[in-house]
Design a protein around this ligand. Structure first.
Ligand SMILES: CC(C)(CO)[C@@H](O)C(=O)NCCC(=O)O
Ligand code: NA
Length: 577
């Protein structure tokens, strides 16, 4: 195999790829013309709160499973072995906690946006800070997601790079804009199936070409790809059980607990029970997705190990490796290259459509509605559609910046999600679990969390580049002086969310106690989860009450509106009703 030779698509491949786009458009069109025809924000942004658990659960996986993971996980396993697989351990707590802590609190408040919670619990300022942080996170993440499959396709088949970016972005923008959240969820279901099918096809073909399962096993065993449990406690070691299984829980919580894209799906559920059930159903599907990725990496290793040795030093080759190998395996099997490309694009489409819709929601609910004069429902829906469209176009613009990326795409995506998602998770935890925390503490904590996350994140990029480029003696003195900092910068990126989340909580609590902690009776009812109360179940109730941590969920203690206009009209969802 010579990677400089471009692979060719047959007609069948083009047809399969086109079918993906056409089917997605058709689903969008169906929801534009059926049901309430997307004429209310309730339908456009929350699917009329009528969804059942199966589509929600498939849609939940699709949101953060993009071409980045489809290409990145096999590459990771190929190069470093199966250690990454242990992130599957993080899925247990990473889904149980959202199901039994975050969903009950957020669902019972009948929110439209997760950030409404922050206003109910703290203040308008905290809500706006949370919203802006989320927008920042998703815009960058989206850009990586739309760029990755386009780059891969361009490298291997010679498809025009920016043409592909534009086509994906436009198709997705269109069906998201006309079909609303119902279209987003149902296209996610369809695209998740395509994603699984594409990966499965590659695995089956790869195993066959290598000469059967036992042959694959022998090769990966000899090649030392099967990793045992690495229990090294060093937080700077990239992948260990602790970074993946414990650091990963924070990553999962920031994605499945408080990220608007996911919270919006929980809120669109018919009942709270359906929302919890959908979260449970994510577990097996997410394990399947992870297993498919890891096994694909192993099969590729068995089949291409000798080639890899020769090519791995060519820097340009690494990010495109998976696509080259897959396309090489699937050559001469008409339709399969098309299916795999459809699989990559399914990953991208289902992620950016969730992003567009959730971004439109938060911009509408958190930035526009509270600060503009009341709008008619028709106008609000128009504005939401315009927002979905604008975010689509912004994503295209941002994709051009992804051009500058040097790291492995999986690492880049997980870094972004951790650096920005961790601090947001921190603010929600501060509000839900610590009744004493106040609004000033929340803002200061969020700011501190973001600063620390970006400090270590950017530091890691800078030190790596400088240590590669030069090591003159003058430079070495400086390096020794800063070796403490260097250690800090080499923190495993799997800890970014946990580290920044805990920073938010610690700083938030310190500032809250310095500026006057909240009293329990001043906290809006239903916004605190009695975590300490539940953890300290063995302590007598009187003492637990003293610790002010036993406010029953959803129980109206007292109508403490404290001039919070939202809270008064909470039952009718909107300010102006
Ligand atoms: C979010 C996790 C870690 C869950 O396994 C995984 O889906 C992942 O690595 N995602 C990377 C980001 C992406 O695929 O766009
Ligand atoms: Na996706």
């Amino acid at each position: 195999m010579d990677p400089s030779v471009q692979k060719h698509f047959t007609v069948v491949d083009y047809v399969i790829f086109a079918l993906l786009l056409v089917a997605s458009m058709a689903i969008g069109l169906y929801y534009a013309l059926s049901g309430g025809r997307q004429r209310t924000t309730q339908e456009f942004l929350l699917a009329d709160r009528s969804m059942s658990c199966l589509p929600i659960s498939l849609s939940l996986i699709a949101s953060f499973q993009s071409a980045v993971a489809i290409v990145g996980v096999p590459a990771e396993v190929f190069v470093h072995g199966t250690q990454y697989w242990f992130i599957g351990c993080a899925y247990i707590l990473g889904l149980l906690i959202p199901a039994h802590v975050f969903i009950p609190v957020l669902y019972r408040l009948r929110l439209s946006s997760a950030y409404q919670y922050l206003e109910l619990r703290f203040s308008k300022t905290v809500r706006i800070c949370g919203t802006l942080t989320f927008i920042f996170q998703m815009v960058i993440y989206m850009a990586v997601c739309v760029y990755t499959p386009a780059l891969a396709l361009n490298a291997v088949t010679g498809f025009e790079l920016w043409g592909t970016v534009l086509a994906t972005g436009l198709v997705c923008t269109l069906y998201t804009t006309i079909g609303g959240l119902k279209a987003v969820i149902w296209t996610d279901v369809f695209q998740t199936v395509v994603m699984f099918a594409g990966q499965l096809a590659v695995i089956v073909v790869g195993v066959q070409q290598t000469g059967g399962v036992s042959e694959v096993w022998n090769k990966v065993w000899e090649g030392n790809r099967i990793s045992g449990l690495n229990l090294n406690p060093d937080p700077t070691e990239r992948h260990t059980f602790w970074t993946l299984g414990v650091g990963g829980v924070f990553l999962m919580l920031s994605l499945y607990g408080v990220n608007q894209a996911q919270v919006q799906r929980y809120l669109s559920a018919r009942t709270e029970k359906e929302a919890v059930r959908s979260c449970y159903m994510v577990f097996p599907s997410l394990q399947l997705a992870l297993a498919l990725g890891c096994v694909m990496g192993l099969v590729m290793f068995a089949r291409y190990f000798s080639l890899f040795i020769r090519l791995v030093h060519q820097v340009y080759f690494r990010p495109r490796m998976v696509i080259y190998f897959v396309m090489d395996m699937l050559q001469g099997l008409p339709g399969l290259p098309g299916l795999f490309i459809a699989c990559l694009f399914s990953g991208a489409l289902s992620t950016i459509s969730s992003a567009f819709n959730s971004l439109a929601t938060v911009t509408m609910e958190d930035l526009i509605k509270p600060h503009c004069p009341p709008m008619t429902e028709a106008r609000a829906t128009m504005v939401s559609k315009a927002l979905a469209l604008s975010y689509g176009l912004l994503c295209l613009a941002m994709a051009f910046l992804s051009h500058l990326m040097a790291d492995s795409v999986l690492q880049v995506a997980l870094k972004i999600l951790g650096m920005v998602g961790g601090p947001i998770l921190g603010v929600f935890c501060l509000g839900m679990f610590f009744p004493w925390s106040n609004s000033i503490g929340a803002v200061a904590g969020l700011a501190a969390g973001l600063v620390v996350a970006f400090w270590v994140g950017i530091g890691s990029i800078v030190t790596r580049t400088s240590s590669v480029s030069s090591l003159s003696s003058k430079c070495q003195n400086v390096l020794i002086a800063t070796s403490g900092l260097k250690r800090f910068y080499s923190l495993s990126y799997m800890w970014y969310s946990g580290f920044s989340c805990i920073t938010v909580i610690v700083i938030g609590l310190i500032i809250s106690f310095l500026t006057g902690p909240m009293k329990e009776e001043d906290v809006a009812p239903g916004t605190v989860f009695p975590l300490l109360g539940k953890l300290l179940w063995f302590v007598p109730e009187r003492v637990r009450k003293r610790l002010c941590c036993v406010t029953p969920l959803g129980h109206t203690v007292r109508n403490t509106t404290k001039g919070n206009p939202f809270y008064k009209s909470q039952n009718c969802f909107y300010y102006y009703c």
